[in-house]
Design a binder for this molecule. Structure first.
Ligand code: GLU
Length: 311
């Protein structure tokens, strides 16, 4: 690296730290986020009384325990964010997790959220570390072999995040010879590697590390779902922008243990009920809607039949 490039990188790193510190400050009392949710904007979920699901081993175990353990993300603005000061989780995926809990007869306030990275979702569900997972989790046939999916409850699309001073990258074809960052075990990483092999793809555990690397000039772009990227851009509009059109369909599902079809069907019922009663829309507007995209119509849920047992 030349001396100038190194100096620039140091400067950018300092800037990155300032931006991230500012973003982290958002949501705390006294420093509301740029476009934060208004108090009372989030739905209050009514806990179903007398709800029982004895055919679900996951539900039975949670009932005995007295609370649900839900896997989530902690660094995805407006989707799944953990406040480092209070340890509290917020965002659209967190609201989905809460409305599901209420429908299953659990007080959403008692949920224990557990941060699980993209690459570890299937094993967390297989090992019983979590009861279900809500975190920008794309439903696809490969994953369906390992876990079950309720939903979809939203459809995202793969996009690109670049620095605002970047003028050469407008879509995935422009990534030839460029360094693009994504997350291990994610569908966007796989797609870039298979469909755009001229791009130099690098992978980390979380998208926030990719964004740090983008701001400090270590990479030229970050790729994942538009939902996630728009959130980062909304938190640092002077530094970051989302470019081009989405180039995939990412239907978000709630991951459940593969054999627990009773839980999967109960969650499908709960998603539909919360879409009908307005909770879904209210939750969207108070969270993900703040990254600038008006609420779409929620997609129809896919009640696929239980897969035949392996022979
Ligand atoms: N929705 C994509 C996936 O499930 C990307 C987001 C993520 O890594 O959670 O792989």
């Amino acid at each position: 690296m030349t001396r100038i490039r190194r100096a620039l990188a140091t400067l950018a790193l300092a800037l990155a730290l300032v931006v991230l510190a500012a973003a982290a400050g958002c949501g705390k009392e006294g420093s509301p986020p740029v476009k934060g949710p208004k108090p009372g904007a989030l739905p209050a979920y009514k806990v179903a009384t007398g709800f029982r699901l004895p055919s679900s081993p996951t539900w039975r175990k949670a009932k005995r325990r007295g609370y649900l353990v839900v896997g989530a993300k902690e660094d995805q603005p407006y989707l799944g964010e953990k406040d480092p000061a209070t340890g509290r989780y917020s965002g659209f995926d967190i609201e989905i997790a809460k409305m599901m809990a209420a429908s299953l007869g659990f007080d959403p306030k008692t949920i224990r959220f557990k941060t699980i990275a993209s690459a570890n979702r299937e094993t967390a569900l297989q090992n019983g570390q979590i009861d279900y997972y809500v975190g920008t989790y794309t439903i696809n046939p490969l994953r369906k072999r390992l876990v079950g999916f309720a939903g979809p409850y939203f459809i995202a699309g793969q996009s690109l995040l670049v620095r605002t001073d970047e003028h050469d990258i407008h879509g995935p074809k422009d990534l030839a010879g460029k360094t693009v960052c994504s997350v291990a075990g994610s569908t966007p990483l796989m797609r870039i590697q298979s469909d755009y092999p001229k791009a130099h793809a690098v992978a980390y555990d979380t998208y926030s590390v990719c964004v740090d690397n983008l701001i400090s000039l270590q990479v030229d772009a970050v790729t994942t779902d538009n939902t996630i990227l728009l959130g980062y851009a909304a938190k640092a509009p002077k530094e970051l922008k989302v470019v081009g059109k989405p180039f995939s369909k990412e239907p978000y599902g709630i991951g459940v243990p593969k054999k627990d079809n009773a839980l999967r069907f109960a969650l499908n019922d709960a998603i539909e009920a919360n879409e009908r009663n307005g909770n879904w829309l209210k939750a969207y507007n108070a969270t993900l809607g703040l990254s600038g995209v008006p609420a779409p119509k929620p997609p129809p849920v896919d009640r696929y039949p239980p897969p035949p047992p392996p022979r």
